[in-house]
Write a protein that binds this ligand. Structure first.
Ligand SMILES: [Cu+2]
Length: 120
């Protein structure tokens, strides 16, 4: 009778151990999934080749011209930010060098309605 009871206790603890192990395995799998996603996001950002270029802008006569250029560039793909120094009539553009180059940015500014000349 005692022996049978002991056997039951052993079976019970075996079941508990198995379920604890499977819970651990499941949570590790879930963790692995999360880190997998994080790892997938990180290279995408690392691939982004951030570059900055400066341009002289022709035909910019008032602050709303400057605003139009900044807004147009902010909406453009592969451009991170466009910033106008109105006093200097100069534009600084931060962009993803893997996706767009200086000529591409000049084209974008041309579409907005202004002529940009790269500054060395
Ligand atoms: Cu204007």
């Amino acid at each position: 009778m005692d022996h049978e009871h002991l056997q039951q206790v052993r079976n019970m603890s075996r079941k508990i151990i198995i379920s604890v192990i499977s819970m651990l395995v499941i949570s590790f799998a879930a963790l692995g999934c999360e880190t997998g996603e994080a790892a997938a996001e990180a290279p995408a950002q690392a691939e982004e080749q951030m570059e900055t270029a400066e341009f002289d802008i022709d035909g910019m006569s008032c602050v709303s011209c400057a605003q139009a250029i900044e807004d147009g560039l902010d909406e453009a793909e592969h451009v991170i930010e466009g910033k106008i120094d109105f006093g200097a009539e100069r534009l600084s553009v931060e962009y993803d060098g893997d996706q767009i180059d200086v000529d591409g940015i000049i084209e974008l500014i041309d579409e907005i309605g202004f002529e940009a000349t790269p500054v060395d």
